[in-house]
Design a protein around this ligand. Sequence first.
Ligand SMILES: Cc1cc2nc3c(=O)[nH]c(=O)nc-3n(C[C@H](O)[C@H](O)[C@H](O)COP(=O)(O)OP(=O)(O)OC[C@H]3O[C@@H](n4cnc5c(N)ncnc54)[C@H](O)[C@@H]3O)c2cc1C
Length: 360
Amino acid sequence: MLVAMDNDFPRPFPTGTALASLCEQVAERADTTRTVGPWRSGVFQAFAESGCLAGWIAPADGGTAAAEPAIMDLLVEVASRCLTSALALTQWASAVRILGRTDAVSRQRLLPALAAGRQFTTVGISQLTTSRQHLARPAVSATAGPDGWRLSGVCPWVTGADSVQTIVTGAVARLSSGEAEPRFFAIETASPGVIVEPPLEMLALSGSRTSCVRLEDVPVVAEIPPTGPAGQTGGLGTTALALGSTRAALRLIDHEADRRHSLGLVVAELRREADALGLEFQQAARSGCDAASRNNLRQRANSLVTRAAQASLTASKGAGFVVGHPAERLLRESMFFLVWSCPQPVTESLLCDLAGLAAD
Ligand SMILES: Cc1cc2nc3c(=O)[nH]c(=O)nc-3n(C[C@H](O)[C@H](O)[C@H](O)COP(=O)(O)OP(=O)(O)OC[C@H]3O[C@@H](n4cnc5c(N)ncnc54)[C@H](O)[C@@H]3O)c2cc1C
C-alpha cells in the first residue's frame, strides 16, 4: 500500500502524544498485521504518516535524522504492541541505514521515496553475517559485467520480500584482482531473475512475510562501498524489540494480578529487572557502547523476555495454553529472540545456560 503525503512532510519524529497515537494505531491493527503483514494492514502507512520513517534518514536525503534514544524508545513501544510490525520496521531501518552509505545519486533516487513511504524496502543480508557461514561457497555472489554488478544465489531470510520494491542484500564480490570481498547491494524486486518464494510458515511472526529469495543474474540498482566487516548482528534494535515484548508479557501478568494478588510480587520483580535493563539500554543508546556491552544487553534481554513470557503463560494457567490467547502467542514470539540476528557469543552463552554449563 503506497502513501499519499500532505505538504508538511516530513513531520518531526513522533515522541510524546504523537508516539502514543501511532502506538494506538499499531495496537488496533495488530491482529490484522499478524495475518497479512504491516505493509497490507496499513501499519507502514501509519509509520510513514507519523514521520517515524523519515527519522532514520538524513535531512539531505529527505529525512529528519532522529536521535538514537528516540528511535530506540519508539522501537520498544511498537514492539510492546505488535512484534510483527516492530520486526518489519527494524528490517526497513537496517536497509535504509546501509543505503545511507551509497553514492549521492542513488541516495536521491531511493531515500526520499522511502522516507515518505511511497516505496518500501527491506534487508536480506544474513548470508553475510549469521546464516550459512559453515558452507564453503558464498550464498550470493556478485560478478562484474559491462553494465555493472550482477547477483546470483540465495538470500535465505528476507522479511517482507513480497511487499517491498527494493531489497538491500549482501554478496561476495569477485574483484578484478581475483580477490573476494563481501559487499552490500540494492536490487529491485521487479527485476527479471528475482524469485521470491512464498512466505515461510514459522513458529511465530509469520505475518512478517519472511521469504527465501533466489537471485539469477540480477542487476543491482545501488552499490554500497565496503566498510570493513560484512555487517553487525545483535545491534541495540534487537534488544529494543526484546524489551518491548517483555513489556507486553508484564502487562498480561499485571492483568492477572488484578484478581490474584499473589502474582503482585512476581510482576514487581520482573518489572524491576526490566526497568533496570531499560535504563542501561537507554544509556547505551545515548552514549554508544562496544560490541561486548551490546552482546551483554542482548543476552540479558533474551533471558528476560523468555522468562517473562513463561511467567505470563503460567499466570494465565490452562486458558493461556489455548490457541488465540495472548500468553501462548507471547511465548511463541519470545522464541524468536533465540534465533534472530543473534551474535555467536550470545548463542553460545545461552546454550551453556540451557545445559547448566558455566560460560567462559
Ligand atoms: C522471523 C525471522 C525473520 C528474519 N528476517 C531476516 C531479514 O529480514 N533479513 C535478514 O538478513 N535476516 C533475517 N533473519 C535471519 C536471522 O537474522 C539469522 O540469520 C538466522 O536466524 C540464522 O539462522 P540460519 O538457519 O540461517 O543459520 P545457519 O547457520 O545457516 O543454519 C542452518 C542450518 O545449517 C546447519 N548448520 C549450522 N551451522 C553448522 C555448522 N557449523 N556445521 C554444520 N551444519 C551447520 C544446521 O542444521 C542449521 O539448522 C530472520 C530470521 C527470522 C527467524
